[in-house]
Design a protein around this ligand. Sequence first.
Ligand SMILES: [Zn+2]
Ligand SMILES: [Zn+2]
Length: 163
Amino acid sequence: MGIIAKKGRPAVPLAEAVLRDQGLRLTGPRRVVLEVVWGTDSHPTAEWVHAKVRRRLPRVSLGTVYRNLRVLVAEGLVRERPGPHARFDGNVSDHHHFTCTACGRIVDVAGPLADSQARALSARVASLTGLRVTHQRIEFYGRCRSCRARSPRRSGLPGERRR
Ligand SMILES: [Zn+2]
Ligand SMILES: [Zn+2]
């Protein structure tokens, strides 16, 4: 049985079961942290999550939020996007990301991660490097819709032809 629910988010009772298996409980702050991350598509930072959590639990510290995010990541209930400033993702199903280079917005891109082209690329990387590739993820970059609307002339890839 998978824990994947609508939009790749597990349900709270299943999160409780996953944590219970590890001897962990869905404590008040942990539950609110989980609900905040599952409740947004914005791939938030820990600071953003902290601000939202404090609306419901005013005395929770950033450190508590951080520790709970780490637990939720370790248990596979939340994904972490590594980088200079870690972002957290409530969508735990396999998906790609599009990052807007103008405003920094990160958008989920659905799509099979193991289609034939992806498998061929993995096989090539494996044979060129001798590394064992288990999976891959593609990062897309460009301008999101609202940034394109703001400066339409600079949209599109360099060299892209207009039709
Ligand atoms: Zn943008
Ligand atoms: Zn995502």
